[in-house]
Design a protein around this ligand. Sequence first.
Ligand SMILES: Nc1ncnc2c1ncn2[C@@H]1O[C@H](COP(=O)(O)OP(=O)(O)OP(=O)(O)O)[C@@H](O)[C@H]1O
Length: 271
Amino acid sequence: MSVSDTPVLEVRDVSLAFGGVRALTEVSFQVNKGELFSIIGPNGAGKTSMLNCVSGRYKPTAGRVYMDGRDVTGLSPNVRATLGLGRTFQNLALFGHMSVLDNIMVGRHHLLSNNAVSGALYWGTGARKEELAHRRKVEDIIDFLEIAHIRKAVAGTLPYGLRKRVELARAMAVEPKVILLDEPMAGMNLEEKEDMARYIVDLNEEWGMTVIMIEHDMGVVMDISHRVMVLEFGRKIAEGLPDEIMSNERVKVAYLGVDDDEPAQTGEQVA
Ligand SMILES: Nc1ncnc2c1ncn2[C@@H]1O[C@H](COP(=O)(O)OP(=O)(O)OP(=O)(O)O)[C@@H](O)[C@H]1O
């Protein structure tokens, strides 16, 4: 899928305060249809706060959020989900006692009509067709994420990397236009990270989902993102192409802790 100039998400002058703590200060950005957009920044920079303002979990203290040009600032996460917003969480939020398949089906719940929800009554009519269509969609996602072998496993018993993949499957099951990924590689080993990076690129390019991602692994962020925004102390300090961000002096100092002008400390070996 190619990137267009049409904004699917616009954040305008968003500020967020928790009592005296200013988590975000007048942050603005927009994400275009088809983009893979990443938000980075040091611990406590406001990344998760921003994701929560976008998803509707938090209401900004000031500023507005627009989806497809519509002001969604006052709308709940559930309503935003019906408008095409999906998300994963930094800390896993799966139903540990349920099977992988059931966890993913939960993601489709709001897409089911009343017919299918009260399916037993209508079995053999439209409801059955609808149920089958849902199943097919879920199976497509299961195939895509290569988790067919664990579809019956109890989610809570799976290794961490696989649980992250199941969580992604559940978020995809909502068929979102925009998917918010909160540290999708956290706690993963190198191989799991490589797999996850590939799934994210594919869900962006082949499944046509616009992606907004928070991720600490800079290598992955710079490798797969179209554009990157950098937050520091709740403010936007940079936004641009990965190459621009990597060579941005302010970002180097603030985020990477690198200052090219800084003299080597006494006793430090200079290559
Ligand atoms: N629920 C809350 N109540 C009070 N303060 C909060 C709350 N959530 C976040 N904060 C504060 O807001 C600031 C931004 O936090 P946030 O979690 O958004 O940063 P982050 O960039 O996602 O950090 P990390 O990389 O560590 O996850 C921090 O100072 C944090 O302590």
